[in-house]
Design a protein around this ligand. Structure first.
Ligand SMILES: Nc1ncnc2c1ncn2[C@@H]1O[C@H](COP(=O)(O)OP(=O)(O)OP(=O)(O)O)[C@@H](O)[C@H]1O
Length: 374
């Protein structure tokens, strides 16, 4: 792959314009004894995608990434990179990490402390047996792309955490991988640097034209960076799509409650006499048969504080967000968040009432699967 190295150069391949998928996972699984860390994953993304593996701790994100990198072998299924099978549980194929055209950046950066920044970045090129002139040129190019050319002569112990991370990314990019793998790369940075580095990583992703896979448990990172999100749960993909797909049409109550700022509200209810009822509170008409147990989704912006509202909450927190206010409370064990234009006057610990619209934004069954009610 011919990497463009200047940030003002368009990506070598525009996302989505390639013929075949850059990454294909087919029935991918990894068992550790009785634990299915990855329990049968299927997905496919085109060249130039920014795929985020998102999900709570222990859902199998890192295991999936390590299998992509070749640090872990699947116990079932296949991984295809650029149409080539690099790992197959059944056929016992395993292409070693160095021959997959994929580069990995660890959370811990893993720089060699006794080598200068320049030598750290040149190291993978030395392993690849590039001659000295090309190594020097390539290292200079990636250090410039990452904006750290002036640090070339320093040792990792002499630069900041954020700069070390840039060096780790430069080292990963040096051999021009077609696939960039990131394992929670921002988790060691402070909040402001995280936001800046998000944009920086996207710039690098676009400048190289490579396909990126990025592991995080932070849905804000996923929603702001991804072209494709795979939201994982218990080793499986709960929903795969664009950030907008997950936000607009969550496939399950789990997705609804995991993504969005703030995430949507999900309230348990039962249908009685043609109405959604919750502990004696009427939440509006229901098209479903009486006795059906449901979980109703309401976006925070669909709810309003109103002294005449049907739902009573105990206020637990209130915080500003982009010129508006989020007020959260609890109702029968469920968390309820409302967006208000003005700072709410309700004190913490006090009771407030919330008006609920006649129609929920989505209806899920008690197991969390989406129900069609239209
Ligand atoms: N080497 C291992 N031996 C046994 N079990 C493992 C091993 N690696 C991972 N697991 C288990 O597999 C499951 C998935 O782990 P994995 O690290 O992939 O999750 P994750 O989503 O990356 O979590 P986190 O966000 O906490 O890093 C967990 O239950 C974990 O305990």
């Amino acid at each position: 792959m011919n990497h463009a190295l200047r940030s003002d150069t368009p990506p070598a391949t525009e996302p989505g314009t390639s013929t075949g998928p850059a990454i294909e996972l087919v029935g991918l699984r990894r068992d550790y004894g009785d634990t299915a860390a990855v329990d049968g994953i299927d997905l496919s993304v085109p060249v130039g995608s920014f795929l985020v593996l998102l999900g709570p701790s222990g859902c199998g994100k890192t295991t999936t990434l390590r299998m992509l990198a070749g640090l872990e072998s699947p116990t079932g299924g296949e991984i295809r990179l650029g149409g080539r099978t690099v790992a197959s549980g059944q056929r016992g194929v395993t292409v070693p990490p160095g021959r997959r055209g994929a580069g990995l950046v660890f959370q811990s950066y893993a720089l060699w402390p006794h080598m200068t920044v320049r030598r750290n970045v040149e190291w993978p090129l030395k392993i690849a047996k590039l001659d000295k002139a090309r190594r020097t040129q390539r290292a200079a190019d990636v250090l410039r792309l990452l904006d750290i050319a002036e640090l070339a002569g320093r040792y990792p112990g002499e630069i900041s955490g954020g700069q070390q991370q840039r060096v780790a990314i430069a080292r990963m990019l040096a051999p021009e991988p077609a696939i960039l793998l990131f394992d929670e790369p921002l988790s060691n940075l402070d909040a402001k640097l995280r936001v800046e580095t998000r944009a920086e990583l996207l710039r690098i992703h676009r400048a190289t034209g490579a396909t990126s896979v990025y592991v995080t448990h932070d849905q804000v990172e996923a929603m702001t960076m991804a072209s494709h999100v795979a939201l994982m749960r218990h080793g499986r993909i709960e929903q795969f799509g664009s950030p907008a797909d997950l936000l607009r049409r969550p496939a399950s109550a789990f997705v609804a409650a995991f993504v969005g700022t703030p995430p949507a509200n999900v309230l348990a209810a039962v249908v009685a006499r043609g109405r959604f009822q919750r502990d004696g509170v009427d939440l509006g008409p229901s098209p479903l048969p009486d006795g059906t147990a449901v979980r109703l989704m309401y976006r925070a912006e669909s709810l309003t504080l109103d002294p005449a509202g049907a739902l009573e909450i105990e206020v637990i927190e209130s915080s500003p967000l982009a010129g508006r206010w989020l007020l959260s409370g609890t109702s029968g064990g469920d968390r309820v968040t409302v967006v208000e234009d003005e700072e709410p006057t309700a004190a913490l610990g006090s009771l407030a009432r919330v008006r609920v619209p006649d129609r929920p934004d989505a209806v899920f069954d008690p197991g969390g699967a989406r129900m069609e009610t239209a």
